[in-house]
Write a protein that binds this ligand. Structure first.
Ligand code: HEC
Length: 118
């Protein structure tokens, strides 16, 4: 019974972004941003990444790491490039590119330099 309770608690923490850690994934990205990432990116950019994606985008450590194809920039900067890249957008086709509020939310966050991750 005790084991069951502990397992349930870590499951809950694992599912909720932005409120503490579960010891494995520091879920420390600002919550509006985390929602956009979860809805639009996490199916491929989870940990481990899926479908040929090169890196996870799940927490501040992931975001501040060097971009896998360009170590001169961070994953955060690469996100800013690709969500606005009309020829090669993220999420990739056949998904619709981001627009409206989700795009603005990520752009503001990239521009601010993911302040919660400093
Ligand atoms: C359907 C799977 C899929 C989804 C959804 C997806 N990606 Fe990707 N992503 C990929 C793949 C595959 C690559 C590697 C090929 C490429 O760069 O196009 C990639 C590459 C990237 C890169 C470039 C990394 C580098 O170093 O070149 C960034 C940044 C990125 N994705 C961000 C995002 C963001 C932000 C979202 C959500 C808004 C997202 N992706 C959604 C599959 C996905």
């Amino acid at each position: 019974m005790k084991t069951f309770k502990v397992a349930g608690l870590s499951l809950l923490l694992g599912l909720s972004w932005g409120c503490g850690t579960n010891g494995e994934e520091p879920a420390n990205i600002e919550s509006d941003v985390a929602v956009v990432l979860t809805e639009n990116c996490e199916s491929c950019h989870g940990d481990p990444p899926q479908a040929g994606a090169l890196m996870p985008i799940e927490n501040c450590d992931d975001v501040l790491a060097a971009a896998p194809t360009n170590s001169d920039i961070t994953v955060l900067e690469a996100i800013g490039d690709r969500i606005n890249d009309e020829d090669n957008p993220m999420p990739p086709a056949p998904d619709d590119p981001l627009d409206g509020q989700p795009l603005n939310t990520l752009n503001d966050w990239v521009e601010a330099g993911a302040p919660e991750c400093e």
